[in-house]
Design a protein around this ligand. Structure first.
Ligand code: IPE
Ligand code: IPE
Ligand code: MG
Length: 243
């Protein structure tokens, strides 16, 4: 199944709905974020089993700083706690962690945690897990342009792509957003140019293996044309005749 065109090589997910999951249970929003970490662990395992090579998740946006201060500090603490708890198992499971986003805005403690987690899993090859944290698609495009300008390099599509935070992986094949909203919220603005989109009404803590399989099945039924006509695609990859 690993090389099947029916299974996306790279899945990216806007993990939305943690707050509502908690509020519906009369719990503090942070309880939803904690449950969201469990959901991510389950999702990463399921991706490995299904032959997905790259999983990218949106964990904290450039705009999430505008939330109440106690939620923001709770999320920072949760990140540090989750790293301490999960990294040993991720290391055993063959998961290579990358953090994508603006590190300058994070505390030294969080930055150290991210660097240690990346170093601890740097030899792993089963699944690349990109965690977008303090990330915004606009930030990424702007910082890539600024770094090219600072080096006096020409700005082209290829040079920008290479200077962006996701340069180490191909573009996502499938972008999933949970939680029912149908918007991009500043995620992967550049890289999602030709991604297939799947919107799920499930809240992120409720997004289980069956929900993932539903998204993958929908992806398998899409015709990706990349600007070409349907006839061109079909003549390059003829469909088997039924029966
Ligand atoms: C997504 O869940 C996680 C973060 C943005 C950190 P939310 O916290 O946005 O959950 P809802 O959308 O309020 O339910
Ligand atoms: C997007 O969710 C960011 C993350 C999942 C980390 P938000 O909940 O912040 O998005 P909006 O504000 O509803 O667009
Ligand atoms: Mg939300």
């Amino acid at each position: 199944m690993a090389d099947s065109p029916l299974v996306p090589h790279h899945i990216a997910i806007v993990m939305d709905g943690n707050g509502r999951w908690a509020t519906r249970r009369f719990l503090p929003r942070l309880a939803g974020h904690k449950q969201g970490v469990d959901s991510l662990r389950r999702c990463a395992r399921a991706c490995v089993q299904r032959g997905v090579a790259v999983l990218t998740v949106f964990a904290f946006s450039s705009e999430n700083w505008n939330r109440p201060a106690d939620e923001v500090s709770g999320l920072m603490e949760l990140l540090a706690m989750a790293l301490a708890r999960e990294v040993p198992q991720l290391k055993k499971d063959g998961v290579r962690l990358y953090f994508v986003g603006e590190r300058a805005g994070l505390s030294q403690k969080v930055r150290d945690g991210l660097a240690q987690a990346e170093a601890a899993t740097a030899e792993n090859t089963r699944l690349v897990l990109n965690v977008c944290f303090n990330y915004g698609g606009r930030w990424d495009i702007a910082q890539a342009a600024a770094s090219l300008a600072a080096r006096g390099e020409p700005i082209t599509e290829a040079s920008l792509q290479g200077a962006m935070g996701m340069a180490h992986v191909p573009d996502p094949d499938l972008v999933i957003r949970t939680g029912g909203e149908m918007r991009i919220s500043n995620f992967l603005l550049w890289q999602a140019a030709y991604s297939e989109f799947f919107f799920s009404d499930r809240l992120w803590p409720d997004f289980d293996e069956s929900a993932l399989d539903e998204a993958i099945a929908a992806f398998g039924g899409r015709e990706r044309r990349f600007g070409k006509t349907s006839e061109q695609i079909l003549s390059a990859h003829p469909q088997p005749m039924p029966g």
